[in-house]
Design a protein around this ligand. Structure first.
Ligand SMILES: Cc1cc2nc3c(=O)[nH]c(=O)nc-3n(C[C@H](O)[C@H](O)[C@H](O)COP(=O)(O)OP(=O)(O)OC[C@H]3O[C@@H](n4cnc5c(N)ncnc54)[C@H](O)[C@@H]3O)c2cc1C
Length: 386
């Protein structure tokens, strides 16, 4: 297998790079470069710019506003967005819910929601996890009882990223408590303005508000908001969690953060020279460069080899596991290089290099969300043992 980009792919990379250089607002880039998480208004503004080109939902069919990009082109687009750095298309709308609606939704649901998802006219969040139901998601207990042409939903979700920004939530709910646990679950779209919903913030270790608890107290949801069949929501959930592996390794993110580590080291005085000249540090950079390249090649092999995709759980687990390890290592290195200058003064944007220590803290969560590292290792062990 030729593990280089083809001339057409190289041309596509150049096209994306030129587009980003021309259209990405400088202040947006500067904030992300310094390690701030993307703000809602920036993500919305940028996604609309991408949407003009069909790149907000790059793999979607053109009839729904996508660009029908293949996996490699899509990976290139993501890499370039990370590299810029620019906000990525909103993951819950574009990567998770959109494809589920296309596969399981009614034509009316597709027509109503898909254009709004691509243009971020509606912001969705993901209501899967509950207290006690994370890795063992099928044990979830939030109940939805049928009452005429509505469901009445009661229960609680937790770790709901951006629920405080969101207009809607897609949620897994239990519609049949008697059935085997995977068989009594349904997939519902719920308007967060519905009476009976409370969103409560969870502040994370970086001091920011990304996460929430969402409480449902007899919330009435029209039956027309059911996606797929009643009690078949687990199929939607498996499809949602399993179909999206293209960018799972986050190679572009690793590379951009390592570039920034070099930039910060070149600005940092050490003795009579600069930190970037430190031999031990340069060795660390070289070793991380090699690891990122190895991860990239593994990602390409995964995308380009049909048999690798057939062995999806194990291959995807390697990419997630290794990608997260590298992200965390590079964030730790950045925090170490910045030293006290990476500490954020709460509520202000006035750190010397950006809030690199808080970023490092938050990067610890990457080995929990999207399937914990221990669970990935379980999958690998089962594959290897047979
Ligand atoms: C930053 C962040 C954002 C998130 N955003 C969302 C969101 O937007 N929407 C949403 O629905 N959820 C979200 N989650 C929740 C996330 O999906 C869960 O935290 C994750 O699935 C783990 O579940 P849990 O927290 O219940 O931990 P548990 O499943 O209880 O795991 C606790 C520990 O036990 C280990 N463990 C569990 N099962 C096994 C096993 N079979 N073998 C070996 N070890 C095991 C785990 O690895 C972990 O170390 C988010 C989480 C975080 C941290």
């Amino acid at each position: 297998m030729d593990l280089r980009l083809s001339p057409a792919e190289e041309a596509f990379r150049a096209e994306v790079r030129a587009f980003i250089a021309e259209r990405l607002p400088a202040d947006m880039r500067a904030r992300l470069r310094a390690g701030h998480p993307p703000r809602k208004e920036d993500t919305v503004k940028w996604q609309r710019i991408l949407n003009e080109r069909g790149w907000a939902a790059p793999h979607w069919p053109k009839k729904y506003g996508g660009a029908e990009l293949g996996q490699m082109e899509r990976l290139i687009l993501m890499d370039e967005l990370y590299r810029a750095p620019a906000p990525l298309p909103q993951v819950f709308n574009v990567t998770m819910l959109g494809p589920v609606l296309m596969r399981y939704g009614t034509p009316e649901q597709c027509q109503h929601f898909l254009p709004k998802l691509a243009n971020l006219d509606l912001w969705f969040c993901q209501g899967f996890s509950e207290p006690g139901s994370g890795s063992d998601l099928a044990s979830l207990r939030t109940a939805a009882k049928r009452d005429g042409d509505h469901y009445v939903v009661s229960g609680q979700k937790i770790w709901t990223t951006t629920a405080h920004w969101a207009d809607w939530i897609f949620a897994l709910v239990r519609t049949n408590p008697e059935a085997r646990k995977q068989e009594g679950i349904s997939f519902l779209l719920i308007d967060l303005k519905s009476p009976g919903i409370t969103v409560r913030p969870i502040l994370s270790i970086d001091g920011d508000h990304h996460l929430n608890e969402v409480f449902f107290d007899d919330v009435r949801v029209p039956v027309t908001n059911l996606v797929g069949e009643e009690n078949k929501g687990w199929d939607c959930a498996k499809f949602l969690l399993g179909n999206e592996r293209t960018g799972i390794a986050n190679v572009g993110l690793c590379r951009e953060r390592l570039d920034y580590a070099r930039e910060v080291a070149s600005r940092t005085v050490q003795g009579s020279g600069k930190l970037i000249d430190d031999v031990k540090l340069r060795t660390e950079f070289a070793s991380l460069d090699a690891e990122i390249r190895a991860l990239e090649v593994t990602n390409w092999r995964f995308l380009l080899t049909p048999s690798a995709q057939a062995e999806l759980p194990a291959f995807a687990s390697i990419l997630k596991l290794k990608g997260v390890e590298l992200q965390q290592e590079i964030n730790a290195l950045l925090a170490r290089i910045a030293g006290p200058n990476g500490l954020e003064k709460r509520g202000k944007d006035d750190t010397v290099h950006g809030p690199l220590t808080p970023r490092y803290f938050y990067s610890r969560a990457a080995s929990i969300y999207g399937g914990t590292s221990e669970v990935q290792k379980d999958i690998l062990a089962k594959t290897i043992v047979g």
